[in-house]
Design a protein around this ligand. Structure first.
Ligand code: MN
Ligand code: MN
Length: 305
């Protein structure tokens, strides 16, 4: 039975491409590994897969009894069913260490960089394995996506260096033009349901015993979302009503470099504690806030203590 390389729930480009790349690298190191995902690709990821001729990983929803490598997450809240009965052989990630644990030693590559793609690029180099052209293109896009074209505070020199090297392998001359093309695809909301939009990039967190959901939509211009904002507000109220303390939805303008945050919360004062902006539950503008991982989650975690 083949082991699986698997990314987080509501998969983004990084978790899909990282699964493909990790499966490729582990296979070339003599292990039998296939890529998997907890859902279908988003339009952004679809664009990246098509651009470089890559195939979307198989969708799985239960890993009981399976050997797995986790990519782009190590939090139980983002794991599929059956993880407790799975055998986690490795983790490749760039998030804070989560609460997944194992009964045997594992191979863990967790680096404080902007993207799992950057860690994988360095793993290929470490093992002296050549990166296939198509996978290099995918990893390059994953890094541009996760670092919001190097603008996110999560971006490091290692990410920029990796993009430079991957662009050469993939034969991409204008990296920023490719990034803009990808973010334009990501910005499109036509035809998507409110539920699709809220869950396109959504994660639940346990904050001091409170279930808190945080979603994010990244667009090249916030006005794109004017016509859906009221619908998004209604949709997050439904998600909150399923038993969460709060649901926040970040509408990130990647050109203005800030986020408007929609919210439904039992206690909106956590927003003031986290960001110093007073609100009774009405949306707030957070200048400079682009990263859920580095700016939003840590601030809320402090506010919930
Ligand atoms: Mn991710
Ligand atoms: Mn990532």
């Amino acid at each position: 039975m083949s082991a699986l390389a698997l990314g987080h729930m509501n998969p983004d480009t990084d978790s899909i491409i990282a699964a493909i790349a990790a499966a490729d690298l582990y296979s070339k190191r003599g292990k039998d590994v296939t890529p998997a995902a907890q859902g279908k690709p988003t339009p952004e990821t679809e664009f990246v897969l098509n651009k470089f001729g890559l195939t979307a990983p198989q969708v799985i929803d239960d890993v009981a009894g399976k050997d797995i490598y986790l990519v782009d997450f190590s939090d139980l809240a983002q794991a599929p069913k059956g993880l407790a009965e799975a055998n986690v052989l490795g983790i490749v990630d760039h998030h804070k260490l989560g609460d997944v644990t194992t009964s045997s030693p594992l191979e863990a590559w967790i680096w404080p960089v902007g993207c799992t793609g950057t860690v994988l690029k360095n793993m290929y180099d470490f093992y002296g394995v050549e990166i296939p052209k198509a996978i290099a293109g995918g990893m390059l896009c994953a890094i541009l996506s996760d670092t919001v074209m190097f603008k996110s505070p999560t971006c490091t020199d290692a990410d920029k260096k990796a993009v430079e090297a991957l662009a050469k392998i993939a034969g991409v001359d204008d990296v920023m033009a490719l990034g803009m093309e990808m973010f334009k695809v990501k910005s499109a909301v036509d035809g998507a349901s409110m539920k699709d939009l809220v869950f396109r990039d959504y994660k639940d967190f346990n904050m001091n015993g409170n279930k808190v959901g945080i979603g994010q939509l990244e667009v090249v211009d916030l006005s794109i979302l004017d016509k859906v904002k009221a619908g998004l507000q209604e949709e997050i109220a439904k998600v909150k009503a399923e038993g969460r303390h709060s649901v926040f939805l970040l509408l990130t303008d990647i050109m203005k470099e800030g986020s408007e945050m929609l919210m439904v919360s039992d206690d909106p004062s956590v927003v003031e504690k986290a960001f110093g902006v007073k609100t009774d539950g009405a949306p707030v503008w957070l200048p400079g806030v682009m990263s859920r991982k580095k700016q939003v989650v840590p601030n809320f975690e402090k506010a919930f203590k």
